[in-house]
Design a protein around this ligand. Sequence first.
Ligand SMILES: Nc1nc2c(ncn2[C@@H]2O[C@H](COP(=O)(O)OP(=O)(O)OP(=O)(O)O)[C@@H](O)[C@H]2O)c(=O)[nH]1
Ligand SMILES: [Mg+2]
Length: 235
Amino acid sequence: MTPDGLRDCTIVLLVLNEIDGLRETFEQIPIDRFARTLAVDGGSTDGTRAFLTERGIPILDQSIPGRGVAFRVALEATDTARLVFYSPDGNEDPADIIRLDDLVRDGADLAIASRFARGAVNEEQDWARPRARVNKALTWIANALFHDGPYVTDTINGFRALPRERLVELATTVKRFPIEYQISIRAMTRGWRIEEIATHEGQRSGGESKALSWPVGKDHIKVLLSELHHTRWLR
Ligand SMILES: Nc1nc2c(ncn2[C@@H]2O[C@H](COP(=O)(O)OP(=O)(O)OP(=O)(O)O)[C@@H](O)[C@H]2O)c(=O)[nH]1
Ligand SMILES: [Mg+2]
């Protein structure tokens, strides 16, 4: 806690045209319990920026787009002990922000909101869309290749928290979506304590998905291969 009784943690809002999601979730984000809340914007043009500015949320810009870039922009701009990454697009339950920070405050090196843990709900219920199955397969591979500890059920979800210094230590390089996969794999390789909560993933509030399945899937495979290459020197 900070001297004024707030959590020594920054809530990082990751936004790229999420005005609908912000309208739906913003009031439930526990801003008054945390030392800082800021947004990293990938170049919104739909009123997201005005919405955040009207509510006093500082906005950081990216020189190039991509969620991985956004993670590092946030990291450089913060000095709290911990960080929670939250995407206000309707998929993520704001009530989980505190649950994730609690895990890190109690000693986890990485806390993940899992869509596949027992009791969790994944929004991808349509069997014609294979995203959930691909996610599970990528997670299985990461556990098999890089992890000796208890099975991590969701290595890909972006809703997560960690100590700031841990993120510095990971020296991430990914520019786009698989930033979370790289973080999970690097945490596994180091034998860090990874803990999960079972989350209930909601439907996107509106706007458009930025995660096109095929290019994002390919990017994950590339990260998998590059991390395999990388860890040959670590182990
Ligand atoms: N700052 C920043 N945020 C981004 C960028 N790309 C995506 N985001 C945000 O990251 C979050 C996740 O992106 P989504 O497109 O929802 O990806 P997803 O949740 O896998 O896909 P859906 O199931 O369609 O919601 C959203 O809040 C986006 O606005 C980016 O380049 N920069
Ligand atoms: Mg989403």
